[in-house]
Write a protein that binds this ligand. Structure first.
Ligand code: PMP
Length: 284
């Protein structure tokens, strides 16, 4: 079946889904995005993702050109047209099309929305493995809290990890504290079975999955400490896992040359993954 995407007001076949060469998203990464998982008509944390999209847009002084109700209708249309039951939806909003010029002052721009969807295999939910990660210096810009499409440091880091057969690259700040993964938030479990993840200090993205996992943990009387933690704490933790919309809760069992939990998936990581997926079954 032909893949259908939404591009600036039109539902188009994949081969015709094109953006103008003067789109500022293309020129400058002047665009924001979200990725949302859905399964059998249920979106995982839909409202939270849309709230973050609006926050990112506001931070960049871009206005969503349609209502959030219309956005939801378009998203549902794209999913229906592609007849996907379980998958992800990608939403991107760029500032618009204009002759290349850094400043956007005095430009009358219509933000460009694109929406596409990708099918995922059902096994993706059930079969999970412990993954490995590498650590790298965090060399991103000073606003990683905004979900922009300018992801060069992230894609370079992920590629370095990939070349070393690792699943994720974990960024370390200049003081030797963990910030986050190239496309995930990082958590550790200490020997008191408490969860530790970096606080929202502007140096990480406020992960939607991070927040849902935090809520699941708290509901189940698992203590969550939001604070910085060092590379040493990471490497000597009882368990380490990452969270993201597309990886849910994924245990990390090896970092650089150190095994975590003897290379085995930890108990708490495992139960948090189950709790998270259970919570998402009744999400919105
Ligand atoms: N940090 C970064 C840098 C990311 O790219 C992502 C994935 N979007 C996350 C954290 C996790 O965020 P979420 O749980 O909202 O997918």
């Amino acid at each position: 079946m032909a893949k259908i995407s939404y591009v600036d007001g039109f539902y188009l076949h994949h081969k015709d889904s094109k953006i103008h060469i003067d789109d500022r998203g293309y020129h400058f990464g002047d665009a924001v995005y979200e990725v949302i998982i859905f399964n059998e008509g249920i979106f995982f944390d839909y409202n939270e993702h849309i709230k973050r999209l609006l926050r990112s847009l506001k931070s960049l002084d871009i206005e969503l050109p349609i209502s959030t109700n219309s956005l939801k209708i378009i998203i549902n249309n794209v999913i229906k047209k592609n007849r996907i039951v379980f998958g992800s939806v990608y939403i991107q909003v760029s500032r618009g099309v204009a002759q290349r010029n850094h400043s956007y002052k005095n430009l009358t721009l219509k933000p460009i929305i694109i929406i596409s969807t990708t099918e995922k295999n059902k096994d993706y939910l059930n079969n999970f493995v412990g993954v490995s990660a590498i650590t790298l210096n965090d060399n991103r810009w000073a606003r990683p809290d905004i979900k922009t499409t300018q992801l060069l440091p992230n894609i370079l880091a992920k590629t370095i990890a990939d070349k070393k057969s690792a699943y994720e690259a974990i960024f370390i700040d200049q003081y030797d504290y963990i910030t986050e993964g190239s496309s995930s938030n990082i958590w550790i479990v200490n020997y008191d079975n408490q969860l530790i993840t970096r606080n929202l200090d502007g140096q990480i993205l406020s992960g939607i999955t991070r927040n849902s996992v935090k809520k699941c943990a708290m509901k189940n009387n698992i203590k969550v400490l939001e604070r910085k933690f060092s590379k040493h704490e990471l490497l000597t933790a009882k368990e380490v896992f990452l969270t993201s919309a597309t990886s849910f809760v994924t245990p990390i069992v090896k970092i650089d040359n150190s095994s975590i939990n003897n290379g085995l998936i930890g108990e708490l990581s495992c139960s948090l993954r189950e709790l998270y997926l259970k919570a998402m079954k009744s999400s919105n």
